[in-house]
Write a protein that binds this ligand. Structure first.
Ligand SMILES: [Zn+2]
Ligand SMILES: [Zn+2]
Length: 191
């Protein structure tokens, strides 16, 4: 990537909203509806499609600006059973306060710097926190065959019967033990 490309990316990451009408004017509020790209949000289980849509109300408080509203977008996830990639739309509620830097404890939370509210940290935290931890592409995903590795949602490889439901494994072991020669019904004492 060229250095120009990097700069463009860095500017695009700045998910910022003009606060000039709201700053230090408690009680005023302003509605924002916009779409913006936020690149590079990913975790082990998937990533966030950069295109996000926002419907926000920013409200001026004594201690800062309250950001309330919705962010909508799409997660691109990897199914934990069959490993296929799939998309899942999401819509999340946001409600966070951006504090003025002179407020006590402001450095521990989200902060206002200048006339622009950088919403990227707020959005990044909310969207990553809500990402499904064990994503399944469908609730009844059959997963991959443990014998041949084929996708059991797509093909019936015939290994189905070899697979034992883990809950029945203790019973399966018992059955095996009972059917070994030493404990076969013929050798059993009946008194
Ligand atoms: Zn799956
Ligand atoms: Zn198989």
């Amino acid at each position: 990537m060229t250095s120009k490309g990097l700069n463009t990316l860095r500017e695009a990451r700045q998910l910022s909203v003009d606060l000039s009408e709201l700053l230090r004017d408690p009680g005023t509020s302003k509605r924002f509806e916009f779409t913006d790209d936020l690149e590079g949000l990913s975790l082990d289980m998937g990533r966030v499609d950069p295109a996000l849509a926002f419907e926000l109300v920013l409200e001026s408080l004594v201690e800062g600006i309250l950001v309330r509203g919705k962010v909508a977008g799409t997660y691109v996830l990897g199914c934990i059973r069959c490993l296929r990639s799939f998309e899942r739309p999401f819509e999340l509620e946001l409600s966070e306060v951006l504090s003025y830097p002179d407020q006590p404890g402001a450095e521990e939370g989200y902060q206002i710097t200048g006339d622009l509210a950088d919403l990227e940290p707020v959005v990044r935290d909310a969207v990553l926190l809500a990402m499904p931890v064990n994503p399944l592409h469908a609730p009844d995903c059959k997963g991959l065959c443990p014998v041949c590795g084929s996708d059991r949602n797509e093909t019936d490889c015939g290994h189905e019967a070899a697979r034992v439901d883990l809950r029945w494994e203790p019973l399966e072991e018992l059955k095996q033990r009972l059917s070994t020669p030493g404990s076969a019904p013929g050798a059993e004492r009946t008194n």
